[in-house]
Design a binder for this molecule. Structure first.
Ligand code: 5GP
Length: 124
């Protein structure tokens, strides 16, 4: 399966290289988690792999099992750390053009801290 081109100037690649600051909440050898700069809920964290993956399809097809396991583990760990594991939360991975992905480095949004309403209204 061919891989999509990865733009190493995207904002999350620059955060990973330390060129741009972030409000870090968690880090492991394979992942970094930090607050979203424009929170859409009272808790809004981004979890990203340290490897260069454009989106979830790229990651699922090409990341080694160890990196995939670390990513899932980070989601659970961070949900506990920021206090939403018991009250509930939403994971979102906007993917590609129809998914309205703005930053072309895989990231999972963790949203919570308040009732989030129904999942996703259809655009008018
Ligand atoms: P997407 O639409 O690609 O799923 O989400 C990209 C997210 O990245 C948005 O929620 C946006 O607020 C966040 N974001 C964009 N630039 C920065 C930044 O420089 N720092 C942080 N922490 N978040 C950012």
């Amino acid at each position: 399966m061919s891989r999509p081109a990865y733009d190493d100037q995207n904002i999350f690649a620059r955060i990973l290289r330390g060129e741009i600051p972030c409000n870090k909440v968690d880090e492991c050898p394979h992942t970094l988690s930090f607050s979203d700069i424009q929170p859409q809920a009272s808790v809004h964290i981004l979890v990203i792999p340290k490897g260069s993956y454009v989106d979830m399809a790229d990651f699922a097809a090409h990341a080694p099992a160890e990196e995939q396991a670390a990513f899932v583990a980070a989601l659970g760990r961070v949900a506990h750390q920021v206090g939403v594991a018991e009250s509930g939360f939403r994971l979102i991975a906007n993917t590609g053009q129809n998914g309205h992905q703005e930053v072309p480095h895989l990231h999972m949004h963790i949203l919570g801290g308040e009732p989030l309403g129904p999942m996703c209204p259809r655009p008018s």
